[in-house]
Design a protein around this ligand. Structure first.
Ligand code: PLP
Length: 842
């Protein structure tokens, strides 16, 4: 890689452990030596934190170091931005309603390659880097996988030196904090901005006006052209907050722009002048509501209108920003838009962009329809993230037309022209037209956002090979038949910087010593580990590394739940959002099966296991909340029963987020990826586990299929129905009771849940769960029960031979290279965006 950080002028950052020479001439804002950092922290303590030394807390040191680190990215950030604005390179914009960034300090130190220097600088000030890193509150601006994917992609785009901008929403309150009280999830507001955010820079001068509601009006312009203007009911201001995204070992430092909603002061002033002070204040409150809170997914109808407003708000601000850069900074003609920009839509949340770009080009820039449409389609690409019908976004026509009257007109026009194309290609197939229309007719008219995104994009991709195939065969089948060339696959990936180097320092050291450090930017180099799977001494070191990670997690578990775990036990982990399709309850059925066996046969023994769960349930998702209650209830019983707690413990770790994910993935022996086949689009947790050497027990779903292919079938625990078998069973009529009738052990397990064994005699609280499994379970839990329990027995057998297990674990990590987000971003760059690297020189 060229232009590495360490080749920058005056730059002494070195990888690992070289002596840091004092460079008195190094500037305290930019110098990368421990000495310069030391001076910088002291400087920020005095001039930015402004507290006397006697009252300084670790939080103050965190803030001072964060500011010092941000200073160090500034020069690279400005250089990257300058090249992006004025150079010829094509820029990728990643539009996403969620960015689940995780803590920034450690990652930025890693990517600037100044971890050791920071540690030394803090030590000289009497502080410990690890304790300081702990002080950071993570921005929880995402629900789970989709938001974390966006964050991994930002890291890879910067590291691969692709000029890019992430665009999203600066939610004042991110995903709620989860507490467990009496075994139930309790939601607390996430006040992540309370202590301030040292990473962002607000740009009040870079703001845009965004309309809402009202009506449209036709008029003729001076040249006699027929035009439409939008007379909004409200106008809101989008103010940008920019965060630097530093690539690893390169000068590229990209931007994440998050929009915050403000009232338009002139409007408020009008009301004030007419004496209506409270109207003015009210307007301010209403406007700022838009970026107030992140909606949990899996949440029913409530609050829909505000959600549409959030989506439109950030999309319009972003597109206006792009057009302003394009015309005023880069000074390019609008016809060159697709040559300068590739805009990726992360799911349908930003898909209103298709209609908004058309509106901006036609109404504001007076372009003709055909040219505007060609530009739009050439600029956008769309990533689909779900096949679950309930998760495919649609907006009731009434709400949509009220809120975005001009966009509804534009969508009708897009639809008319599109359906004409459908008629041309499939004459007389009115049923197909009805299915493909952008306007759904079933159950009240609605706008179908996935159709809008598909029609308005030149490329559509799924997020794992299986998912992309299913997309073409199911929800987007008609569109695939219309435009097969638009469809492709990009299997998700995760960044090896955060999810290996940063969160698993033990493995990082072991890898660096064994295969060198090239894996940080070329994860395929982990293949060089393969021969070491046969080396007993190496296997021993591998186990020691895992053991240390497990001790670290056990400490955290103890501190947050009071439960003690033995790091010599198998750590069997399922962390992800709580959802019926992810089937945490299937996992619990296995736990209860073991519990039941131990209780019934006093001589029975199993290889000891810690079952660790984590994940948030959407606040309004009744069954998911009871799934948490089931886990905590079984946990309380198991952990306190001396007959069984010598063999098993069950933990529900509260508030799963990126920060504690750093402790969890590296400590896992077994990764639970047990969704119903066909339901998990890809998963990325499965990849984080694999990279860290966990073995997977999983179904043939999402990226599990590719994980198994890479690891080799012998190094993967496969169970359960395939997609085809799931379909077949459903077509034949799934009768869960049939599975219970022919499996007495399953019958006993279900009985234990409803007879009050785990709930102090309460026979009602968990009944809805069991009723669901027995009477209306689209996720076929009971159908996969026997296969899962038998597979878990194979897992236990493999675990008992520690050399077998270590060999499999090493091979999994060694073969995880495909799941780097660098590979995914290289594919997007080559196949969809057509963008190359833009090395930045200082
Ligand atoms: C990776 C990750 C997820 C996604 O996990 P899946 O197992 O793919 O559903 C969710 N939340 C956090 C905090 C993550 O790091």
């Amino acid at each position: 890689m060229t232009d590495v950080v360490s080749s920058a002028p005056g730059d002494v950052a070195d990888r690992d452990g070289g002596v840091s020479r004092a460079q008195p001439h190094e500037h305290s804002r930019t110098g990368l030596s421990a000495d310069a950092l030391h001076r910088a922290i002291a400087d920020h303590l005095a001039y930015s934190i402004a507290r006397p030394p006697s009252v300084l807390t670790p939080e103050h040191y965190y803030r001072a170091l964060a500011l010092a680190v941000r200073d160090r990215m500034q020069q690279r950030w400005m250089a990257t931005t300058q090249d992006l604005l004025h150079g010829p390179a094509k820029v990728t914009c990643y539009l996403s309603a969620e960015f689940l960034m995780g803590p920034q300090l450690g990652n930025n130190l890693l990517n600037l390659r100044i971890e050791r220097q920071a540690r030394e600088a803090l030590a000289a000030l009497g502080q410990d880097l690890d304790a300081i890193l702990e002080c950071e509150e993570e921005p929880g601006l995402g629900n789970g996988g989709l938001g974390r994917l966006a964050a991994c992609y930002l890291d890879s785009m910067a590291t691969l030196q692709r000029p890019s901008i992430g665009y999203g929403i600066r939610y004042e309150f991110g995903i709620f904090d989860q507490e467990i009280q009496d075994g139930w999830q309790v939601e607390k507001t996430d006040n992540w901005l309370v202590a301030g955010n040292p990473w962002e820079i607000d740009k009040p001068d870079a703001s845009y006006l965004v309309n809402w509601g009202g009506r449209t009006e036709q008029y003729e312009d001076v040249a006699g052209n027929h035009r439409v203007r939008w007379i909004p009911r409200r106008v809101i201001k989008g103010v940008s907050y920019d965060t630097p995204i530093q690539g690893y070992g390169v000068n590229t430092c990209n931007t994440l722009t998050l929009w915050s909603a403000r009232s338009v002061s002139s409007f408020a002033l009008d009301a004030f002048n007419t004496g209506d002070f409270y109207k003015a204040v009210e307007d301010e409150v209403l406007s700022e509501k838009i970026s107030k809170v992140l909606y949990p997914n899996d949440e029913p109808e409530a609050g829909k209108r505000l959600r549409l407003q959030q989506q439109y708000f950030f999309v319009s601000s972003s597109l206006q920003d792009i057009l302003r850069i394009h015309t005023e900074r880069a000074r390019l003609p609008l016809s060159a838009l697709p040559d300068k920009w590739a805009i990726q839509l992360n799911d349908t949340h930003p898909s209103i962009a298709v209609a908004e770009l058309m509106r901006l080009l036609i109404d504001e820039h007076h372009m003709g329809w055909d040219e505007a449409w060609d530009i739009t389609v050439a600029t956008f690409a769309y990533t689909n993230h779900t096949l679950l019908p309930e998760a495919l976004e649609t907006w009731p026509l009434g709400i949509f037309g009220d809120s975005l009257p001009r966009h509804l007109e534009i969508i009708y026009e897009i639809n008319d022209r599109f359906l004409e194309e459908v008629r041309d290609k499939f004459p007389g197939d009115t049923e197909r037209e009805r299915r493909m229309s952008l306007i759904g007719e079933d159950g009240g008219k609605s706008v179908r956002m996935a159709h809008l995104a598909t029609v308005g994009s030149h490329a559509v991709n799924g997020v794992a090979a299986l998912h992309s195939e299913l997309l073409k065969a199911s929800v987007l089948k008609d569109f695939y038949e219309m435009w097969p060339e638009r469809f492709g696959n990009v299997t998700n990936g995760v960044t090896p910087r955060r999810f290996l180097a940063l969160s698993n320092p033990g493995l990082r050291t072991l890898l660096d010593e064994t295969v060198g450090d090239g894996w940080l930017t070329d994860l395929d180099q982990l293949r060089r580990l393969e021969p070491y799977a046969e080396d007993p001494a190496f296997r021993e070191r591998w186990r020691d590394m895992k053991r240390a990670n497990k001790s670290r997690l056990a400490e955290y578990v103890h501190a947050s739940t009071g439960i003690e775990l033995d790091p010599t036990w198998m750590f069997d982990v399922q962390v992800k959002r709580i959802h019926e399709y992810k089937r945490q309850h299937l996992n619990v059925l296995h736990i209860i099966t073991l519990y039941n066996r131990l209780k019934r046969n006093p001589g029975f023994a199993i290889a000891p296991r810690a079952f660790i769960f984590g994940g948030k349930a959407a606040p309004g998702y009744f069954i998911a909340k009871r799934m948490i209650r089931l886990i905590t209830a079984v946990g309380a019983t198991v952990n306190n029963d001396p007959d069984v707690n010598r063999f098993m413990r069950v933990v529900f770790l509260p508030n799963f987020n990126v920060k504690n994910a750093h402790l969890i993935y590296p400590a896992a022996n077994l990764s639970e990826q047990i969704s119903t086949a066909g339901k998990e689009a890809s998963g990325t947790g499965n990849m984080k586990f694999m990279i860290n050497g966990a073995l997977t027990i999983g179904t043939l779903d999402g990226a599990n299929v590719e994980i198994r292919e890479e690891a080799g079938p012998d190094n993967f625990f496969l169970f359960g129905l395939t997609v085809d078998e799931v379909e077949q069973l459903k077509a034949d009529g799934y009768r869960p009771t049939a599975f219970v009738e022919r499996d007495p052990e399953l019958a006993e397990v279900l009985e234990l849940i409803v007879d009050g064994t785990f709930t102090h005699g309460d026979t009602e609280v968990l009944r809805p769960l069991v009723d669901n499994l027995l009477h209306h379970d689209p996720f076929l839990v009971l159908a996969d029960y026997r296969s899962y329990v038998d597979c878990q027995a194979r897992v236990s057998a493999a675990w008992q031979d520690s050399d077998t297990w270590s060999r499999m674990s090493i091979l999994n990590a060694a073969r995880s290279g495909k799941f780097s987000s660098d590979r995914a971003i290289a594919e997007y760059s080559d196949e969809i965006w057509h963008v190359g690297a833009m090395p930045v020189t200082l």
